[in-house]
Design a binder for this molecule. Structure first.
Ligand SMILES: [Zn+2]
Length: 205
């Protein structure tokens, strides 16, 4: 692409770094911004800068939050005895949207993936074990994607957590293999939490 302006070129280069945005789309977005009032563009850039600088991760569950302890962890009405383990904040949002779950979460921040160089120590696993050790937990739901990485992570967590003798369940029904949680529709996801099964049942004995 030949640009008539270096500023234009730089802005397009930044936008095209975003996932799913090619150069053509980036150019369209940048030209759109150029047509906006300068205070609107200011708001736009402030939102991104503040997001990056001010966002916090909940000290308990590692979910993205404005506070040191997120609203879910500090809610009095929620069931503190169940922890639903998920890959990232998108899964928390997907499960919250089902209105079927009132327990707590634990956000791993990824899945074990040796190919991508992600090992257990790169994820929020030790803090999960510490939470379970503290003794408030009565059940752990492993709500991870039905992919190779999801399965590997579930098996690893199961081995780490089984000594606590708690029910460890997985969501199962309706989630096809290869299915990523965030793309599952709300009804299916809600049902798969309601009909979760003990993880031992899916292990080959
Ligand atoms: Zn939290």
């Amino acid at each position: 692409m030949n640009f008539s302006s270096r500023l234009l070129e730089d802005a397009v280069a930044e936008f095209s770094k975003l996932p799913g945005v090619g150069q053509k789309t980036a150019l369209r977005l940048v030209l759109h911004l150029l047509n906006q009032q300068s205070e609107d563009v200011e708001k736009f850039s402030q939102a991104i800068t503040r997001l990056r600088n001010e966002i916090k991760y909940c000290k308990v569950c590692h979910n993205i939050s404005d506070l040191h302890i997120c609203e879910i962890c500090s809610a009095v009405k929620r069931d503190k005895s169940i922890i639903c383990v998920v890959e990232d904040t998108r899964d928390v949002m997907a499960i919250e949207n089902t209105n079927q779950y009132t327990g707590m979460y634990h956000v791993l921040g990824g899945l074990i993936s040796p190919i991508d160089g992600v090992g257990p120590s790169d994820l929020n696993i030790e803090s999960l074990v510490d939470r379970v050790k503290s003794g408030e937990t009565g059940e752990i739901i492993l709500a991870l994607s039905a992919t190779m990485e999801g399965d590997t992570t579930i098996f690893y967590l199961y081995k780490k957590l089984k000594e606590f003798n708690l029910p460890i369940t997985t969501i199962a029904r309706g989630i096809a293999f290869g299915g990523e949680l965030e793309y599952v529709d709300e009804i299916t996801l809600g049902r798969s939490i309601a009909t979760r099964i003990p993880y031992e049942n899916s292990l080959v004995k």
